[in-house]
Design a protein around this ligand. Structure first.
Ligand code: TMP
Length: 213
């Protein structure tokens, strides 16, 4: 059985950059690593991603949003994550079930029991071995996120970035609460530092925690 590690945090916390750097590091150490993401990670879930992140879909209800995340996750777990773990790989996933609790639960205020039920249904009970939470003030993250969106070609994936600062603060607080409740699974890293400092903190902390068994 492989090892499942997820990355979480508010918009612009640096997850996507850091996940690639950790993948390089682990590959150099001789591990077989795959990097994937949610929503997305396979063609069917990528189609759900396009709907979820399209800023023109302002009319989407919170329940529709929750069900689309769950649907995308069910496909991704079955098609990509479980086979890779069964083949003994390290799977690094950019967001997973904690994102649904933080965004749809703490952010949107949807019922935690419904979210827990759907997370369980979509994953078949699969849980990450470790979760790296890149924590940073929402203002710092949103600035980075808009710089990236403005510089990118193609569709603007900004439906969530356009939410209020208050929404993003609720998401950040939600993540911190999740980390407090499960200290054995979470590693909190300061995501407001520079790329190299954050990379050093992650490459020191992750192997150490995995070695703890
Ligand atoms: P990304 O920008 O990190 O790729 O994530 C896409 C967006 O989807 C981000 O704004 C967070 C949001 N999201 C949720 O609201 N719920 C979820 O379950 C997941 C996986 C992501």
């Amino acid at each position: 059985m492989g090892c499942f590690i997820t990355f979480e945090g508010v918009e612009g916390c640096g997850k996507t950059t850091q996940i690639k750097l950790l993948a390089q590091h682990l590959t150099e150490q001789g591990h077989t690593v795959i990097v994937t993401r949610e929503p997305g990670g396979c063609p069917i879930a990528d189609q759900a991603r396009a709907i979820l992140l399209d800023a023109n879909n302002r009319a989407m209800t919170p329940t529709t949003e929750l069900l689309l995340y769950a649907a995308a996750r069910a496909q991704h777990v079955q098609e990509i994550v479980k086979p890779a773990l069964a083949a003994g790989k390290i799977v690094l996933c950019d967001r997973f079930t904690d994102a649904t609790i933080a965004y749809q639960g703490y952010g949107r205020g949807l019922d935690p029991a419904t979210i827990a039920y759907l997370n369980d249904l979509a994953t078949g009970g699969l849980k990450p071995r470790l979760t790296v939470l890149l924590d940073c003030p929402v203002e710092v993250g949103l600035k980075r996120a808009f710089d990236r969106i403005n510089g990118a070609a193609g569709a603007r994936e900004e439906r969530f970035e356009l939410e209020s600062v208050l929404f993003h603060r609720k998401v950040r607080d939600g993540y911190l609460k999740l980390a407090e409740d499960e200290p054995e699974r979470f590693i909190i890293i300061d995501g407001s530092q520079g790329v190299r400092e954050t990379e050093a903190a992650i490459t020191a902390a992750v192997p150490a925690r995995l070695a703890e068994g």
